[in-house]
Design a protein around this ligand. Sequence first.
Ligand SMILES: Cc1ncc(COP(=O)(O)O)c(C=O)c1O
Length: 380
Amino acid sequence: MSEFLRPLDELHLRHSSKWRRFSPDVLPMHVAEMDYEIAPQIKGLLIDFVQRSDLGYLGPIPEVAEAFVGFATRHWNWTPDPKQIRIATDVSVGAVEVMRRLTTPGERVLINSPVYSAFYGWIREVGCEVADVPLVPDLETWRLDIPGIEAAFASGVKFYLFCSPHNPMGRVHDRTELEAIADLALKYGVTVISDEIHAPLTYADQVFTPWLAVSDAARETGIVVTAASKSFNLAGLKASIIITQSATMASRLSVVPPDLHWRSSLLGGFAMAEAFSNCDDWLAQAVAANRAGRDLLTRLMSELLPEVPYWVAQGGYLAWLDVSSLGLGENPANRILEEKRISLVPGVDHGPEYGQYVRINFATSLESIERTVAAIASYR
Ligand SMILES: Cc1ncc(COP(=O)(O)O)c(C=O)c1O
């Protein structure tokens, strides 16, 4: 067991949701946290802040915008405008507060199911309704349905909550798809929030395109919400960013309360700046570990569960399985939890029609991945 990947008995002592939600005999393979040691630079920074009792409110922090601009330039060849980067409490709060100001209660917000479960709650929270244009599966991945998206825009949908890369599919959308959607958004007057929290975890053989790097049409219509929390395993620290890159969108965002900055965490803000400026090596190690987990899962799925459809993630550390052929009843994840003591995310959390799917988190040890696939395969 490497230093980087923490042993299970130590992980069980963690206080986060992943380790507290179920009893200690359950192997948690659900919530999106990684079983890795955080970057030493970030650990050092946090220890330093605590040692100096430097735990007050978050004030000016130009370090975040500088760090993100550097990261985006190095990784995606995109140079955002540092003046259009705002801090928020986390990606959820950033998205909800933007939606609260830019939507009207009762209006429909477009999503593409199966999608991150919290999207449904965010839309409800601001009094809006879900308009779903599901992704369409093929053998390789699940793709955006561009004609379906255009039909939704044409029917009057004015707000699009977009997941890029896509959770739970691990789909890194193609630039051509993004260009087409941006043109449609401009044509139909639709505002797009692109949630790019998983982007730094894209595998090297894929090209992630940030929404605001797509085209003028994307910049005129879009807002990016993102953070270091998912890719650097810092969700408990609470800090994120909201980014625009046009005068139009910057002015529309002027109604979002500047207090969002004040409501973010000092430790979160400085950890995010450190993550985006000095932790590329750690990130490469995390992505390599995720990839090893993904490759093992892919092999085990074809050997032990060949009849269970599974799509290879192009980024991130989540896998989406169609377990309908196993006859596990109404809620397969519950059955696996009760009988095998392994927690997976029920497919239905990602959309009402996905009751026969489960989501697995593979940012963990190879042993835990083996145990999980073997447990599912025991139902064949
Ligand atoms: C697509 C997506 N957005 C947002 C979040 C949550 O972000 P935060 O903890 O910053 O609210 C997650 C967490 O898994 C996610 O997958």
